[in-house]
Structures are given as C-alpha cells and as structure tokens.
Design a protein around this ligand. Sequence first.
Ligand code: ATP
Ligand code: MG
Ligand code: FE
Length: 332
Amino acid sequence: MNILAIESSCDETSAAIFTNGKIASNVIATQLIHSQYGGVVPELASRAHQQHILPVVDKALKDAKVTKNDLDAIAFTKGPGLLGALLVGTSFAKAMALALNIPLIEVNHMQAHVLAHFIDDPKPSFPFLCLTVSGGHTQIVKVTGPLEMEIIGETKDDAVGEAFDKTAKLLDLPYPGGPLIDKYAKLGNSAAFLFPLPEMPGLDFSFSGIKTSILYFLQKQVRENPDFIRDNLHDICASVQYTLIDILLKKLKKAARETGITEIAIAGGVSANSGLRQALSGLGEKLNWNIYIPHFEYCTDNAAMIAIAGYYKYVNNDFCDQTVSPMARMAF
Ligand code: ATP
Ligand code: MG
Ligand code: FE
C-alpha cells in the first residue's frame, strides 16, 4: 500500500511516501525567501509552493522508488495554516487524486504534529500527553488513540514559537529566530536576567505578556548602554529560553498530575529546542515519566507526519471527496 502525502500549510513545501508500514521518502523544500522580511509573507509563500510542489512530489516518488500509478491514496494538509499556502497543496492533491482515480484523505496539521511520534520507534502508548509547541500553536493534547485527541490546554494569545521568533527579531536575528536563540542560549547564563511569569489559570498558556516585558527590558537597557544587546546576547538568549521552557514545563507537570498520565511526548517546531529536550528529559527522570521526543526532521513541518496521519485514516476508510476545501483555522 502506497500513500502520497503533501504538506503546504506554511513555509515548507513537503511530500512523503508511506509504503508498507513505513516512510519511504520525505522531501522538504524550505522557503528561504521569508528571512529577508523577518517573517513569513503569505503571498510569497503561496507562489513558492506553486514553484516547488511538482519537483518535490516528483522527488518523493523517485526517492521511494514508486510511480504515481502505484499510489493507493493521497493525503494532504487541509488546515490549519495560511489559506493561500494550503490551497496549493489541496488543489494539487485533489487534481492528482482525480486524475489517478484514487481516494483523497484530509489531514489536520496539528494532529499530524502529534502523530509524528508514530513514524519511528519507540512509540508512546495510549493514553499519552503531547505538548505541541510550534510557530502558530501551543497545546497540551490528551491522546487516547491515533485519531482520538483532545486539547486540554492551549495558548490564549501568542504561540511559544512566536515568542522565540519575536524575541529574535528584537535582537536583530534573522527569521526564524528560534534555532538561533537555542544556539546562543547554550553559551549564556540562564539566570542572568529574570522575566515575570504569566499567571494563567488551569492548563492554558499566555506568551504575549512575556514578549512585552522582553521588549521593555531591552529598550531600557539599550537606553543606558547602546551596545547592551551585543554585549549580552548569549545571556539574553539563555534567560529568555529558560523562562519560556519554565512556562511550558510548569503546565505540563500540572497536566500530568491532574490526568495521572506518565507517557509524555513533545511535538512541533519548538520541540527541536535543545534546552527544552534537556529539561524535559531531566523532568522525566525525576517524575518517572516515559519521555518521547521526535527526531529533528519530524519536529518542524514535514509531509512524513501527514503520511502517518493519512495512513491511520486510510485504514479507517476515512476519505473525503472533491468538494473539500482548505481551512485556515481548524479544530481536531
Ligand atoms: P503550526 O504548526 O502551528 O501551524 P508552523 O508549522 O509554522 O506552525 P513549525 O514548523 O512546526 O511551525 O515550527 C516552526 C517554529 O519552530 C518556529 O517558530 C521556529 O522558530 C521554531 N523552532 C525551530 N527550531 C527551534 C529551536 N531549536 N528552538 C526554538 N524554536 C525553534
Ligand atoms: Mg516553517
Ligand atoms: Fe507545523
């Protein structure tokens, strides 16, 4: 059985082939054009998807050594994401499924981030909690089956990935700044500067306040010393990263305590963060959790995770028809 999966929700054009129980190829074209604008420009993203989608799908087929006539179904990201970007992948998938007369499978991008854990071993057992941390979302998800999940906590304003990227912008680092903050944080003192923690009830998050306090802090320091950022870059990155991780893990601990679940996973682009990975591993040892951290290539956007989600829907006979259209916002 061969499934082609297509991901185009943001600034990665990706295609993957799932063959006989495993991922046979996963091709990702990252759009570098956005770095000069300090963030993803939706119109440019759509155009870049248009340029990349055919060569990316072609390469995914070749890498997996299958032809389009070997395909049994096509899975695609229906949402959430940038509408114009999603339209490219959705239209491509619909046209190809129609031409080949094979079923079409719609996939929720945030569910797919969670299901990235089912690409390789070890796989978490049900029920597990997944802290999904990405450019647009921050969620604690209770997962009771491959396609049965419930959001039990989420951000009420910015995503943690946004907090990383916007801090990086204040520090004059190029987009996406998350990986650079991670890199510089390793060289700095995480206790150098203190930022106030948000007070959010329950399992929900807030990251807009911390972003503002970082802004005010930097403005004040730069008034006193114009070279403050340059002189303290590593300590600033380490302190900000420490604070963001602290916010995430406090809520994750609370969720584990309240649900009694000790199978704990992280997913999404920010799960590539080395500080978060390290802190989570430490916490897991202390609290006797089984920790699941995806391979780097399956943290940020990729079609392999769409393919795995597509596979679970395929075995459930969960197909959609040609009237399907993408959704910028989409619940589970
Ligand atoms: P969503 O999945 O919510 O629609 P997205 O697809 O844009 O958003 P991902 O591709 O999953 O998000 O993740 C991108 C985010 O991950 C960016 O904010 C980026 O800065 C962040 N990120 C990637 N690597 C790291 C890292 N090492 N440390 C911190 N943040 C990181
Ligand atoms: Mg991206
Ligand atoms: Fe994503």
